[in-house]
Design a protein around this ligand. Structure first.
Ligand SMILES: Cc1cc2nc3c(=O)[nH]c(=O)nc-3n(C[C@H](O)[C@H](O)[C@H](O)COP(=O)(O)OP(=O)(O)OC[C@H]3O[C@@H](n4cnc5c(N)ncnc54)[C@H](O)[C@@H]3O)c2cc1C
Length: 422
C-alpha cells in the first residue's frame, strides 16, 4: 500500500469533487472520520498509534524525520551516553498504517476544521490533536535570544544544542566555573535541571575536579528537593553550589559575549553557561488559538479537548496538565487517554473520567537514581493529584537502592521508547 501524501492538488481535488488518488478514496471508505495529529514526540506518536488501533484514519504531521528524545540527554552532557542513542525514526508508525507527513503545521482554521502545512498543502480533519511540545521564550530574559543560545546553550530541546553544551563542557579548562540558570515554573521536566546539575557535577568530579557548578534558581522549592540536596551533600560537597530565589538565585539578564549572568544580587562570570529560559506551548498552539495568556493550553481533563476551540485536543508539554508535571511519562499517559476519548466522541459516546500515572526518575550519578510517582484524575476542571496515591524514594535508602533505581531509569527509557517508536 502506497502512503498517501496530501498536497495542494489533492486538496483542490477534494474541493471540486474531482477524484482524489484511489488510495485516499480507499482510506475514506475504510474509516468514517479522520484525526490529524501534530507532533510526533512522546505525546503525538503515542496518540497516533492508539488512534490508529481504534480503526480511525490517522495522519501524523511531524516536522522532523528523526525524533531526538530529551530523557537521558543529561547523560550525553556528562560524556556517559551518545546522542545517537536518543534518536528515533517513524518507520514503525508507518508500518502500522499511519500516514506520516513530514512538514510543519503552520496554521489552523478551527471553524472549517482545516490545517495548513509548510508545503502549501492543507488537510481537513474531524478532530485535531496538537502535541507540539514547547517553544523556548527568547523574549523573556533580557540578553537571551536565539543567537545567545550559541554561546550560552539551553540544551532544553535535545539535538544540536545538547552537543554544543557537551562540547563547551569538554573544552573548559579544569578549574573553570559552569553557571546554570533554572527558570520559574511551569517548564518542561521539573526535576530535569537538577538532574543536569548533578550529572555535570559528576562529569567535573571525574574529569575536571578543580572546577565548580553554580546553579542559579528562580524559585525556592523544586521537585525531589530533599533527595537531590542530600545526594549533593554526599557526592558533590565542594563542587555544586545551589542558590535559591531567596538568596538571589533569579537570573534577570545575561550577556552572551562575556558569558556573564546577572541576578538581583550580583554578577557571575561563567566559563560555561547553560541558560534554561522560560517556555511556552509550541507555536502552532498559539496560531490555532488554543493557548491562553499563560502561554499554555487549557484543556478539559476528561477529553483533553481545548476549552478555547472545539474539536481540537492538546496533550503533552503544551497542555495545562494541572498537577501533572510536563514529562515524557505524562505525555504518553495523556496521549492514551486522549486517543480513547477522541474515539468515544467520534462514536457519539461520553468518555469516562481517566486516571493517569506519572513516574519521574532522575539520575544524580550513573549509579544513583531517585524517583517520584503520582496518580492523577479530573477534579474541579483540572488534572489533580489523587491524595496519598503517589510516592517518592525514601530519604534514607542504602546505596544499593539508589543503584537499583538508576537501572529502573534506564529500563524505563528503553520500555517507553520501544512502545512509542519501536
Ligand atoms: C534534559 C531533559 C530531561 C528530561 N528527562 C525526562 C525524564 O527523565 N522523564 C520524563 O518523563 N521526561 C523527561 N523530560 C521531559 C520530556 O522530554 C518532555 O516532557 C516530552 O518530550 C514531552 O513530549 P511532547 O510530545 O509533548 O513534546 P516533544 O517531545 O517536544 O515533541 C513535540 C514534537 O512536535 C513536533 N512539532 C512541533 N511543532 C510542530 C509543527 N507545527 N508541525 C509539525 N511538527 C511539530 C516537534 O518536531 C517534536 O517532534 C526531560 C526533558 C529534558 C529537557
Amino acid at each position: 500500500m502506497q502512503p498517501w501524501r496530501p498536497n495542494r492538488r489533492a486538496f483542490l481535488g477534494t474541493l471540486s469533487g474531482l477524484a482524489l488518488g484511489s488510495l485516499a478514496r480507499r482510506s475514506f471508505a475504510q474509516s468514517s472520520a479522520r484525526v490529524v495529529v501534530v507532533g510526533g514526540g512522546f505525546a503525538g506518536a503515542t496518540c497516533a498509534r492508539e488512534l490508529q488501533r481504534t480503526g480511525l484514519e490517522v495522519v501524523l504531521i511531524e516536522a522532523s524525520p528523526t525524533y531526538v528524545a530529551c530523557p537521558l540527554s543529561n547523560l550525553v552532557l556528562a560524556s556517559l551516553r551518545d546522542l545517537r542513542s536518543q534518536e528515533f525514526g517513524f518507520d514503525a508508525l508507518r508500518q502500522q498504517g499511519i500516514t506520516i507527513v513530514q512538514e510543519t503545521a503552520e496554521r489552523v482554521e478551527p471553524a472549517a476544521r482545516r490545517i495548513f502545512l509548510s508545503d502549501g498543502s492543507d488537510l481537513s480533519y474531524d478532530r485535531l490533536v496538537l502535541a507540539p511540545g514547547i517553544d523556548l521564550r527568547f523574549d523573556a530574559l533580557p540578553g537571551y535570544d536565539r543567537a545567545a543560545a550559541e554561546n550560552m546553550p539551553h540544551a532544553w530541546k535535545a539535538g544540536p544544542q545538547t552537543e554544543l553544551l557537551h562540547a563547551h563542557l569538554r573544552e573548559m579548562q579544569d578549574g573553570g566555573t559552569v553557571v546554570m540558570s533554572v527558570p520559574p515554573n511551569p517548564y518542561r521536566c521539573p526535576p530535569g535541571p537538577y538532574e543536569r546539575a548533578s550529572l555535570i557535577a559528576h562529569y567535573l568530579k571525574t574529569h575536571k575536579p578543580r572546577s565548580k557548578i553554580l546553579v542559579l534558581d528562580a524559585k525556592d522549592m523544586f521537585s525531589k528537593q530533599r533527595l537531590f540536596q542530600a545526594a549533593w551533600r554526599k557526592l558533590y560537597p565542594d563542587l555544586l553550589e545551589y542558590v535559591p530565589l531567596a538568596e538571589g538565585g533569579k537570573v534577570v539578564s545575561v550577556d552572551p559575549a562575556s558569558k556573564t549572568v546577572t541576578t538581583d544580587f550580583g554578577e557571575y562570570k561563567a566559563d560555561v553557561a547553560n541558560i534554561i529560559p522560560p517556555q511556552q506551548a509550541g507555536r502552532i498552539a498559539h496560531v490555532a488559538g488554543v493557548a491562553d495568556r499563560t502561554g499554555w493550553c487549557p484543556i478539559d481533563p476528561v477529553t483533553f479537548e481545548s476549552t478555547l476551540q472545539r474539536n481540537i485536543h492538546v496533550i503533552g508539554d503544551a497542555a495545562i496538565g494541572g498537577a501533572m508535571p510536563k514529562s515524557a511519562f505524562t505525555a504518553n499517559a495523556q496521549a492514551k487517554c486522549c486517543a480513547a476519548a477522541v474515539a468515544s466522541l467520534i462514536r457519539g459516546e461520553q468518555p469516562p473520567a481517566p486516571k493517569l500515572i506519572n513516574t519521574c526518575y532522575s539520575l544524580v550519578a550513573p549509579d544513583y537514581g531517585i524517583s517520584v510517582a503520582g496518580i492523577y484524575h479530573p477534579a474541579n476542571g483540572l488534572l489533580s493529584e489523587v491524595a496519598g496515591a503517589g510516592g517518592i524514594s525514601p530519604l534514607d535508602a542504602p546505596d544499593s537502592f539508589r543503584a537499583l533505581e538508576a537501572t529502573y531509569a534506564m529500563a524505563w527509557f528503553d520500555t517507553i521508547t520501544h512502545e512509542v517508536f519501536g
